[in-house]
Design a protein around this ligand. Structure first.
Ligand code: UT7
Length: 318
């Protein structure tokens, strides 16, 4: 009998503090009009100083566990996809395990930039298909406001903080149908946070060549969607929902236009959440499930693109 990795529950968490485009106008030389037209972003949620990635992850995880009706003690695996862990090590996943009050299960972080959550779902799918585990907690959690240079208008307007989580359970019904994960290390310098271990002379802030990245994102995302549909012998018309990484409404529009998908089948949260990196897909997924758009039995395609560069997709039946 085939085993599938099925989403048993979802949860999200956005910090209370909101920074609007008007608030950013007071920090750098920008305008609400420019930000909305070029990115679709209207506001973002930010933590207050002292907050930790694993705490955001805990709130989202507890909501996902409650939604799934699963006790944290029943988990076999925790993966936290993040670029902003509490510390260099131990992993945010180990801190999260401690916060959840459980012991013994496998726990690790996964770094794949904004593609982290999609990578993590792909990894969990392999564990479940081989029968290695039965229940996993997969979290995307980020405090990007700690690695944004608030004097750099190229990046300060783009990012937000938050966490999204899913509980994945083994079962006979589909489930994750396939995952498609890619990386191209030749582009490590196009989107990066330099500095850190072994290089303390450079500030650990996000550096990005946005314009180049924009073009690569549209091509690779369109390609990975085609690759996913081909691998599953599916037509675009058979997709119920696209839940894309929320980097920029214009990237999303360009991909959707190329694929000739109707925009009302695409979950869009970038206006309210901004780019929360690996948290953006699980947050958007949770929003669309809780407001009743995505229903059990529907087919959902997730796709993401990020630093590395990395890109990938997961096709699943919710
Ligand atoms: O999460 C995954 C990774 N991230 C991405 O995928 C992001 C990909 N890139 C983007 O989303 C877009 O490239 C940006 C939103 C970052 C920039 O939009 P753009 O349309 O590519 O703008 P641009 O960089 O070509 O800049 C256009 C103009 C420039 O002025 P000039 O040279 O035309 O006079 C910039 O200096 O806009 C200026 N500009 C700004 N103006 C007001 C750049 N940032 C700002 C700003 N406010 N915040």
């Amino acid at each position: 009998m085939s085993l599938y990795a099925r989403i048993a529950g979802t949860g999200g968490f956005l910090p209370e503090r909101v920074l609007t485009n008007q608030d950013i106008e007071a920090i750098v030389d920008t305008s609400d009009e420019w930000i909305r037209e070029r990115t679709g972003i209207r506001k973002r949620h930010l933590v207050t100083q002292g907050e930790r990635c694993s705490r955001l992850a805990e709130v989202a995880s507890r909501r996902a566990l409650a939604d799934a009706g699963i006790d944290p003690a029943a988990l076999d695996l925790i993966i936290v996809a993040t670029t902003t862990p509490d510390q260099v090590f131990p992993s945010a996943a180990c801190f999260l395990q401690q916060r959840l009050g459980i012991r013994g299960c496998c726990a690790f972080d996964l770094v794949a930039g904004c593609t982290g959550f999609v990578y993590a779902l792909g990894v969990v799918d392999q564990f479940i298909r081989t029968g290695g585990i039965r229940r996993a907690l997969v979290v995307g959690a980020e405090i990007l406001s700690y690695i944004v240079d608030w004097q750099d208008r190229d990046t300060a307007v783009l990012f937000g903080d938050g966490a999204g989580a899913v509980v994945v359970e083994a079962g006979p019904e589909p489930g994750i149908l396939s995952s498609h994960l890619h990386a191209e290390g030749a582009y490590t310098d196009i989107l990066q946070v330099p500095g850190g271990v072994g290089d303390r002379k450079r500030d650990p802030y996000i550096e990005m060549r946005g314009n180049e990245l924009f073009k690569i994102a549209v091509t690779t995302l369109s390609d990975v969607v085609e690759e996913t549909l081909r691998a599953n012998g599916m037509q675009k018309s058979e997709l119920d929902w696209l839940v894309p990484h929320q980097a920029n409404f214009r990237i999303l529009q360009a991909v959707v236009r190329r694929l000739k998908l109707p925009l009302d089948r695409v979950v869009v949260t970038v206006g309210e959440h901004a780019n929360t990196s690996s948290a953006s897909i699980p947050l958007a997924f949770d929003v669309a499930i809780r407001d009743g758009r995505i229903r059990r039995g529907e087919t959902v395609l997730m796709e993401a693109f990020g630093g590395g560069i990395t890109w990938g997709s997961v096709l699943l039946v919710y």
